[in-house]
Design a protein around this ligand. Sequence first.
Ligand SMILES: NC(=O)c1ccc[n+]([C@@H]2O[C@H](COP(=O)([O-])OP(=O)(O)OC[C@H]3O[C@@H](n4cnc5c(N)ncnc54)[C@H](OP(=O)(O)O)[C@@H]3O)[C@@H](O)[C@H]2O)c1
Length: 465
Amino acid sequence: MFTEFDRLAMTQALALAERGLETTHPNPRVGCVIAQGDRIIGEGFHERAGEPHAEVMALRSAKEPVAGATAYVTLEPCSHHGRTPPCVNALIEARIARVVFAVQDPNPRVSGQGADALLRAGMTVEAGLMENEATELNIGFMKRMKDGLPWVRVKLAMSLDGRTALANGASQWITGEAARADVQRWRARCSAIMTGVGTVLADDPQLNVRAAGFKGRQPLRVVLDARLRSPVGAKVFGGGVGAGGGAGVGGGAGVGGAAGVGGAAGVGGAAAAGVDGGAGRGADPGAGPVVVFAAASAEPPDQNSVSGVAPSADDATWAGAALSGAIPVDRRPSAQASTVESTAAKSDSPADFRVPRAALSGKGVRIEEVPSDDGYLDLPAVLKKLGEMEVNEVLVEAGPTLAGQLLTTFLVDELLLYVAPKLLGPQGRPLVNLPELQSLQDAWGFSLFDAKRFGDDLRLRLRPK
Ligand SMILES: NC(=O)c1ccc[n+]([C@@H]2O[C@H](COP(=O)([O-])OP(=O)(O)OC[C@H]3O[C@@H](n4cnc5c(N)ncnc54)[C@H](OP(=O)(O)O)[C@@H]3O)[C@@H](O)[C@H]2O)c1
């Protein structure tokens, strides 16, 4: 039975853990409070991979003896040697008498072992206090440890009538500044931002964090591009990223480099499991490394000739032309509805133009091949690969094609839906491309996790039922 003080202390430990929301990747966010009776005497949280864990920080911060005290930890203390020594050893050596933790470590290799080690040392161990809150804080880490897959959060912005862009493709901006600033915070906490080539062609996004005060590492940038249609000069590959891209404060330190923040194990870090330090590194220090998922054998048969034009692959002018519509669009019926009208209108090339992979590799872009079906990449294979790259939370910022495919393959964990009080009319682009339903009973159902107002816009967090 937990006391009111236990709850208060764990609430404080959770608040401390949250301070690592944007920095601990790929590690979990963990907070710890040390209390003698009803007095808090030490506090700490885990800030970055490779740096001390929350328990050690809290013990170090204690202003008086900790022997006989209670430690409140938001995650089961670790019992294994990782980048730092086991936290259970630190708690045992400090002669802590009681340990209360919120949630068991989900890692099957360590789960329960921390608690066992503490019990064997004669401590009182209690688990499960504010378990839901602690699980939410590390929802991606929990899922990756259990299933090897990241938590998939799909962000979409729409009008009151469920439209995401005008028929001509214009979509910037549907929502107001406050909502867009909120999106930046979701980018800041995720391990990777993923989009489809349709959005690269239409919007030329940078996919980096430009949030004020951001001190974390820039997330991995992921483009699904089965046939390598992305222009090599796209901003996501470093082309044309100017001051905006550089504004990712502190991002430079961690971008893909072994020496960077979290680099020892993070995405883009030196660890074998992460996006390897060199290959995925983006050209811009204010943006994360880039990985393009392509279909096996996506290399075009003729890389140098498109309708008599022989562009240099890394010619920014050509890339700009490609972005504005000179490259062919997706001709599958399912994709046509959402393809930029101006692009379709200008495309008269008989063959797909695809960027030679050497040009992308030359930009530091890592290309991962996965199986594909009719040009659609095998999404479970993509997510499995991201899990292997230690991606805990992936934020999908894509158009109706990829968002729809993720939904229909039951891979969406959460929708982050911004609703603007505007009407765009029925000619506008839909929110997601879904197969036609014959019965209302077959409608895709969601639970409302929370709703929050940002200026005049509303943010709904929804989870599939
Ligand atoms: N309102 C919003 O929140 C929001 C957010 C982002 C974008 N947008 C808008 O969305 C529009 C672009 O949407 P879009 O539907 O054309 O592009 P998209 O969903 O961003 O990308 C779709 C493309 O990704 C590639 N892809 C590879 N594997 C896939 C898979 N398994 N499933 C689905 N796609 C896969 C396909 O091209 P390949 O086969 O060639 O690889 C596909 O055509 C733009 O107008 C943009 O402004 C709106």
